[in-house]
Design a protein around this ligand. Sequence first.
Ligand code: PLP
Length: 245
Amino acid sequence: MLLYWVLFSLKPIENNADGSLDLNKVVAAIKADDFHFAKTKLLSLENTIGGKVLPLSYLKEARECVDKHNLALHLDGARVYNAAVKLGVDITEITQYFDSVSICLSKGLGAPVGSLLLGSKALIDKARRWRKVLGGGMRQAGMLAAAGQYALEHHVARLAEDHDNAAYLAEQLNTLAGFDTSTFQIDTNIVYANVAEHIDLKAVAHALKEQKMLFSPGKPLRLVTHLGVTKQDIDSFISALAAEI
Ligand SMILES: Cc1ncc(COP(=O)(O)O)c(C=O)c1O
């Protein structure tokens, strides 16, 4: 059964290096109108994706593509405000191409919890029903909503600071032997770095934990700046890292 589902439902498409999906590959993956197959109804794009900003021209092309093939277009905009700030545009310059948008309030925006779903009234009514079905209803959500509203009103413009800090972090990492960010596109607040094979990152992470600095020792290394991370924190992290490698 599982094999059937995997073979007939899923068709993974690799992202291009800039984070976009090749629209020709998307079109080729649209399933035939055949009751053996799942119906292809929606294209979902993530922006930013791995911290990379999808160009507005690409979003326009994606809109044209879905219109041609009768699909809806969803934006997984968990970090869409980072994209808007990076492009220097209002968020609507991005969202205008989509039928529905989800936005995370607790990533770069810094609210303790919460996401938004935006779409037509019909879609939101349907989503409310599904939320209830899945046990996601919450009566005392007002205080969390207030935190989300605060984040939307006070934490959008300052995302530029996180982007500057990420660029600074990348620059500083590149000064350390065995760390290299040059093969990664760093547009916003997410920094990826290749780490030399001989560096035991798990041991480094363990040592830094003693100094109350936590990071996930992945290769490539992924680090994210946010409103809780200052330039001084980056300096402390880089010094601690330099001492342990
Ligand atoms: C809905 C959604 N979209 C996208 C992401 C990816 O986030 P990131 O930009 O940290 O890779 C996440 C991660 O939690 C998510 O929950």
